[in-house]
Ligand binder design. Structure first.
Ligand code: UD1
Length: 417
């Protein structure tokens, strides 16, 4: 098992280009199952979650070739409608294959997805919505046996919470359903729009993505296409956070600034200087940032839960006190215990964390428990005197391609051992 060693830095300077969005790639790879012919997907970084999706596609009978950051997928020989338990358990978003498998085969057999590191992550909204579309789903000892004997039926659905994964699953199931599906209270994340853009290029008829109601007119068949995945707004937020914690002047290229405006505005409020262009953002942090009174995570366009741990590392070295309220996941503060080992001053009570900032942290051995938590430890390590060792890089590798090289290219001192 490898670890990451990080030495405290004083400032980060330079330019970096942001990778394609993991949370876009995963549903788009699942969506390729619906397309006859070849799909060419650009901007797919080498991430372990992407590799799991490729393994699932291979298992189903698809071919996937990689040429640098482009994936070429051919689903002509797809011949299975099940996903084995070991692949389902490797990542939670494997559940997004359900919508596309059932849409293509009218049958699907898979187990409950893994990934419980953020507390209980039920899939009741996915299952309720798919059942409303005429799918019989039997839950049998952890296995989901799904069948739509009369095909998928378009209907009007209202999600009890704007779940990202459930919205994606319904979109995937609905593109080939008979009639028009209307999803209200759906997720509005940029990754939903990217999935809709991709599916529309393949011949689907989806409108309203990015708004509270999505309307999908079922079509008979989808064809292959070429698509470039949107930039990863959480990776962009991670590098902003690194600069926010240690100071410096960095240009983030290949970004869509309005996708992470809720995060940039927090940095602005804290005293960072931002220069926003069409596809880049420059962050300049000449001195210790100020605290923010309250940071509440909410569905998009609110402050993303995926950036909560990142900002907590930044606020641990800010001037003043910041209150975090985590509204999306029940148990998303596992990084707090590790930040405390680095000398941070944080108190957690249920969904609330109170962070009292200090000038610097101090290096220690810390453990990674989840993807964004690992990134927050890396940021905190950059803002700590001495050396920090973060155990187990498997979490960070799920969402960041070569994070150590990226940070080193702007002046970080990070290595993998
Ligand atoms: C996606 C993102 C993840 C992000 C999250 C929230 C991907 C691959 N992952 O995860 O990075 O943190 O959105 O922005 O895109 N819920 C239920 N029942 C359900 C579904 C969800 O209770 O059937 C709850 C979850 O437990 C959670 C909340 O709804 O508390 C949000 O979950 P959801 O939006 O579904 O997140 P994911 O799609 O899993």
């Amino acid at each position: 098992m490898s670890s990451i060693i990080v030495k405290g830095s004083n400032k980060l300077e330079g330019e970096i280009s942001i990778q394609g969005s993991k949370n876009s790639i995963l549903p788009i790879l699942a969506a390729t199952i619906l397309c006859k012919g070849e799909c060419v997907i650009h901007s797919c970084p080498k991430l372990s979650d992407v590799e799991v999706s490729i393994k699932i596609l291979n298992y189903l009978g698809c071919t996937v070739e990689r040429e640098e950051d482009t994936l070429i997928i051919n689903t002509n020989n797809i011949n299975r409608y099940d996903i084995p338990n070991d692949l389902m358990r490797e990542m939670r978003s494997s559940i997004v294959f359900l919508g596309s498998i059932i849409s293509r085969f009218k049958k699907a057999r898979l187990s409950f997805p893994g990934g419980c590191e953020l507390g209980p992550r039920p899939i009741d909204i996915h299952l309720k919505s798919l059942r409303q579309m005429g799918i019989d789903i039997i839950e049998n000892h952890g296995i989901l046996e799904c069948e739509a004997c009369d095909g998928l039926i378009a209907t009007k659905l209202s999600l009890s919470f704007p779940s990202v994964g459930a919205t994606e699953n319904v979109m995937l199931a609905a593109v080939n359903a008979r009639g028009t599906t209307i999803i209200t209270n759906c997720a509005r994340e940029p990754e939903i729009c990217d999935l809709a853009d991709y599916l529309n290029k393949c011949g689907a008829k989806i409108c309203g993505a990015g708004e509270g109601t999505i309307i999908i007119e079922g079509v008979k068949e989808l064809h292959g296409t070429e698509h470039k995945v949107i930039p990863d707004r959480i990776v962009a937020s991670t590098f902003m956070s690194a600069v926010g914690a240690v100071g410096g002047d960095v240009v983030l290229k290949n970004v869509v600034p309005h996708h992470f405006e809720s995060v940039s505005s927090v940095f602005k409020e804290a005293g960072a200087m931002l220069k926003v262009k069409n596809d880049s953002i420059r962050i300049k942090v000449p001195q210790q940032l100020n605290s923010i009174s309250t940071i509440r995570t909410t569905p998009y366009p609110g402050f993303p839960t995926d950036a909560q741990a990142l900002l907590m590392a930044v606020m641990s070295v800010s001037k003043g006190t910041t209150v975090f309220i985590e509204n999306i996941f029940e148990n998303r503060y596992k990084h707090v215990g590790e930040l405390l080992k680095l000398g941070a001053n944080i108190n957690v009570e249920g969904r609330v964390a109170v962070v009292k900032g200090k000038k610097r942290l101090s290096g220690a051995f810390v453990e990674a428990y989840d993807l964004r938590g690992s990134a927050s430890l890396l940021i905190a390590g950059l803002a700590a005197d001495g050396v920090t060792e973060i155990s187990d890089t498997s979490y960070i590798d799920r969402g960041y391609e070569n994070i150590e090289n990226m940070l080193n290219s702007i002046g970080g001192l990070v290595k993998r051992i």
